[in-house]
Design a protein around this ligand. Structure first.
Ligand code: KIV
Length: 266
C-alpha cells in the first residue's frame, strides 16, 4: 500500500489542493521524486521515447512496462504508482485483465488506458476486480497514426462536447482518475468541474486538479531538441535534480505552474 492512496487524492481534489504527478522509470529517480513530495509516479509508456529512443510509444511492450514498474517500486517512498498499459495491451478484455494483473503484481497501484467511451466496459470490469483505472483523454499518443500527429485535441465544439461526455461516461463506469493531454485550458476547466474524480493535466491549463510532466522534459533533457509549449525546465536556477523536483512540487501546489503561456486556447 502506498502512503498516497485514492482516498488521499480524492480529498486533495475536495480541498482544492493541487496534485503532483511526474513520470518515473527507475528506482533512483523514484526515490528522489517521492522524497521531494511528488504524489503520483507515472511509469508512462513515454519510456519508449525518452529511455528507448523510439520516435513514438508504439514499440513499448507490457514486459517493458512491468520491468520499469518493478524498478520504480523498489525506490518509491510512499507515492502512488500509476502504470501505462501500452499500445494494444488492452485491445481485448482478456488482454486487459492479464496485462493489468502483470503491472499490478509488479508494483503498480493503478493502471492508465488511452481512449474514450469505448473503454467504459474494460474500466468497469477492472474496477470490479480491484484495479483502479486512470482514463487518458485528449491527445492520446498511442493513436498518433489516427490523429495525424501530436496535436491539441478538443478545439472544435463537437470534439469538445464529445470529450466532456466521454469524461462523464468513464467516471460513471468507475474510472478513478482522468488525465487530459493537450486540450484547451477552458475545456479542461469544464471537465474538471464536471467530474468528482481527480483530473490531472499536461498541456491542459492550471484549472485541472493536478499536473504531470515527463521527467526528462522538466529536467531540460531532450533528444530531439523540440520542447513542447507546456513544458517548463525546472532545473534552471536549481543546484541539483532533487531541488528541481521540489521546485516542481512547489510550483504545482501554489499554481504558479502551469502559467498561461504553457496552455492552449480553443
Ligand atoms: O506516457 C506518459 O508519460 C504519459 C504522459 C505524457 C502523461 O502518458
Amino acid at each position: 500500500m502506498p502512503d498516497i492512496t485514492l482516498t488521499t487524492l480524492q480529498s486533495l481534489k475536495q480541498k482544492g489542493e493541487k496534485i503532483t504527478m511526474l513520470t518515473c522509470y527507475d528506482a533512483t529517480f523514484a526515490h528522489a521524486a517521492s522524497q521531494a513530495g511528488v504524489e503520483i509516479l507515472l511509469v508512462g509508456d513515454s519510456l519508449g521515447m525518452v529511455l528507448q529512443g523510439h520516435d513514438s510509444t508504439l514499440p513499448v511492450t507490457n514486459t517493458d512496462m512491468a520491468y520499469h514498474v518493478a524498478c520504480v517500486k523498489r525506490g518509491n517512498q510512499g507515492a502512488l504508482i500509476l502504470a501505462d498499459l501500452p499500445f494494444m495491451a488492452y485491445a481485448t478484455l482478456e488482454q486487459t485483465f492479464a496485462n493489468s494483473a502483470q503491472l499490478m503484481q509488479a508494483g503498480a497501484h493503478m493502471v492508465k488506458v488511452e481512449g474514450a467511451a469505448w473503454l467504459a466496459d474494460s474500466i468497469r470490469q477492472l474496477a470490479e476486480r480491484g484495479i483502479p483505472v486512470c482514463a487518458h483523454l485528449g491527445l492520446t499518443p498511442q493513436s498518433v497514426n489516427i490523429l495525424g500527429g501530436y496535436k491539441v485535441q478538443g478545439r472544435q465544439e463537437a470534439q469538445a462536447r464529445q470529450m466532456r461526455a466521454d469524461a462523464i461516461t468513464l467516471e460513471q463506469a468507475g474510472a478513478a482518475m482522468i488525465l487530459l493531454e493537450c486540450v484547451p485550458s477552458e475545456l479542461a476547466l469544464e471537465i474538471t468541474q464536471a467530474v468528482k474524480i481527480p483530473v490531472i493535466g499536461i498541456g491542459a491549463g492550471s484549472a485541472c486538479d493536478g499536473q504531470v510532466l515527463v521527467m526528462h522534459d522538466m529536467l531540460g533533457l531532450s533528444i530531439s531538441g523540440r520542447v513542447p509549449k507546456f513544458v517548463k525546465n525546472f532545473m534552471i536556477g536549481q543546484p541539483d535534480i532533487q531541488s528541481a523536483f521540489q521546485a516542481y512540487v512547489a510550483a504545482v501546489k501554489d499554481v504558479s505552474f502551469p502559467a498561461i503561456e504553457h496552455g492552449f486556447s480553443a
